[in-house]
Design a protein. Structure first.
Length: 116
């Protein structure tokens, strides 16, 4: 089972970036998928998640209104659209998958750097 995150990079403050996470090796039918991040010197924090149907999403407080999680089940892929990026959004972003928000599977992370 693999989760492959991609799309990270360097962006200026106020800019946008879209991350992707492709799942392979098994079906993720019925699974929630999520994004977490770990900022330098900080603990890992919840960014947002999405239900299997895509009808239910949840976000960390500082991400609400700026970040959007979506998924394409036909492609076994989850996305994180990040807008109005701030320097404090600089982090390694990880995707995860699991049933009922028990995050059993993790991706390797992708670096996002926001310059001021």
């Amino acid at each position: 089972v693999q989760l492959q995150a991609s799309g990270g990079g360097l962006v200026q403050a106020g800019g946008s970036l879209r991350l992707s996470c492709a799942a392979s090796g098994r079906t993720f039918s019925g699974y929630y998928m999520a994004w977490f991040r770990q900022r330098p010197g900080k603990e890992r924090e919840f960014v947002g998640d999405i239900s299997w149907s895509g009808g239910g999403t949840d976000y960390g407080d500082s991400m609400k209104g700026r970040f959007t999680v979506s998924r394409d089940n036909a492609k076994n892929t989850v996305y994180l659209q990040m807008n109005s990026l701030k320097p404090e959004d600089t982090a390694v972003y990880y995707c995860a998958a699991g049933a009922q928000r028990s995050w059993r599977y993790w991706g390797q992370g992708t670096q996002v750097t926001v310059s001021s």
